[in-house]
Unconditional design. Structure first.
Ligand code: FO1
Length: 306
C-alpha cells in the first residue's frame, strides 16, 4: 500500500501518474479539508472533488476545477439576482455539493459520502478526508485582516501578502477513520507536490498524523512542488517566503525535514541537492513535470524505488 498526503491539483496529477504503475487498490489518498467551505448552504470540498474528478477522468481542464463540459446557468442567474457568484460553481458540480450536503444531513460521514461519490463517478482510488472534524485554513494579512482560504485564493486571487496562517480546529480534530491505519500500513508514505503551507500543513496539523510520519520518516518521500524555485500553479512559492521560509528546494526541505527522509526535487534545482542533504534528507533529482513522460517516470521511480 502507498499512502499519499494530498492537496488539490498537484496531488491529483501525482495519483493519476502513480495509478499507471501501482494497482489503484494499493493507493490511498489522505486529502486536505482546510480549503472546504459552506456556501449557499452547501458543503464544498475542493481538494476531495479535484482528486475524485481527475481520477475519474471528469475534471474540467479549462477551469482547473469542477466537471468537464460544465455550464454556468445557475451562477449566471444567481449573479443576475445580485447573489454571491464570486466562487464559480458549475451546474454539474452543484449536484455534487447538493448530494454531499444532503447525505451529511442524513447523518452520513464525510468519508462515507466521499466513498459514495467516488464509486458513482468512477474514482479507482480510496480517498479519505484527513479528518471529519472542522478544520479551516485562515490566512492573516496586515492589509485585509483574516481571510478564509477561498477568500484569499479566489476572492483576492491570492494577490495578498500573508503575515500568518492558522488551521483553525486542527489541534482538536481527530484523524478520520482509517487514516492512521493507512499511514501505519503503507510501505511508502508520499507527500504529494501540493502547497506545503496551506495544503499539506493542515493535514500534518491534525492530532496524531505528524507523529506517525516522524516515526516512519525513513519510509516517507516528499515531492517538491517548486520547479526552479517557482510554483507551477498557485501561491506556494510566495507563501513560503511571506511566512519566513524560502521559495527553493531547500526551503521545501526545511518544511518537511522532520517528517520525510527523502525529498524529490526537479533537475532545475539540482544545485540545491547538497543543501537538502545538509538538512538530513536524502535528495532525488529528476524531472518532476508530471505532465511529461520523463517527469512521470522519474517521480514514479523515486516514489517506488529505494
Ligand atoms: N478556483 C478559482 O480560482 N475560482 C473559482 O471560482 C473556483 C471555484 C471552485 C468551485 C469548486 C471547487 O471545488 C473549486 C473551485 N476553485 C476555484 C478551486 C479552489 O479554489 C481550490 O481550492 C484551489 O484549486 C486550491 O486547491
Amino acid at each position: 500500500m502507498i499512502t499519499v498526503l494530498c492537496g488539490g491539483v498537484g496531488a491529483a496529477r501525482l495519483l493519476d501518474v502513480l495509478r499507471r504503475t501501482v494497482e489503484p487498490s494499493e493507493l490511498v489518498g489522505i486529502v486536505n479539508t482546510g480549503d472546504d467551505l459552506v456556501l449557499h448552504g452547501l458543503r464544498i470540498c475542493p481538494d476531495l472533488d479535484t482528486i475524485t474528478y481527475t481520477l475519474s477522468g471528469l475534471n474540467n481542464e479549462v477551469t482547473g476545477w469542477g466537471l468537464a463540459g460544465e455550464t454556468w446557468r445557475v451562477m449566471d442567474e444567481l449573479g443576475a439576482l445580485g447573489g454571491h457568484d464570486w466562487f464559480r460553481l458549475g451546474d454539474r458540480d452543484l449536484a455534487t455539493h447538493m448530494y454531499r450536503t444532503q447525505r451529511l444531513s442524513d447523518g452520513a460521514t464525510l468519508s462515507e459520502v466521499t466513498a459514495e461519490l467516488g464509486a458513482r463517478l468512477g474514482c479507482p482510488i480510496r480517498l479519505l478526508p484527513a479528518t471529519e472534524d472542522p478544520v479551516a485554513t485562515v490566512l492573516r494579512s496586515d492589509s485585509l485582516g483574516e481571510l478564509s482560504f477561498q477568500e484569499y485564493f479566489v476572492g483576492h486571487r491570492h494577490a495578498v501578502e500573508v503575515s500568518g496562517v492558522e488551521f483553525r480546529g486542527a489541534s482538536t480534530a481527530r484523524p478520520a477513520p482509517g487514516v492512521l491505519e493507512a499511514l501505519e500500513a503503507a510501505e511508502r508514505i508520499v507527500i504529494a507536490p501540493s502547497n506545503p503551507v496551506v495544503s499539506i500543513g493542515p493535514i500534518l496539523a491534525v492530532a496524531g498524523i505528524r507523529a506517525v510520519l516522524e516515526r516512519r520518516r525513513d519510509d516517507v518521500v516528499a515531492i517538491s512542488p517548486l520547479i526552479g524555485g517557482r510554483a507551477l500553479k498557485g501561491p506556494a512559492d510566495r507563501l513560503l517566503v511571506e511566512l519566513g521560509g524560502e521559495a527553493s528546494a531547500a526551503g521545501v526541505a526545511a518544511q518537511y525535514a522532520s517528517v520525510a527522509g527523502t525529498l524529490v526535487i526537479d533537475a532545475a534545482d539540482a544545485e540545491q541537492a547538497p543543501e537538502v542533504e545538509r538538512l538530513g534528507m536524502a535528495c532525488e533529482v529528476t524531472s518532476t513535470m508530471l505532465s511529461e513522460p520523463a517527469g512521470a517516470a522519474g517521480v514514479t521511480q523515486a516514489v517506488l524505488g529505494g
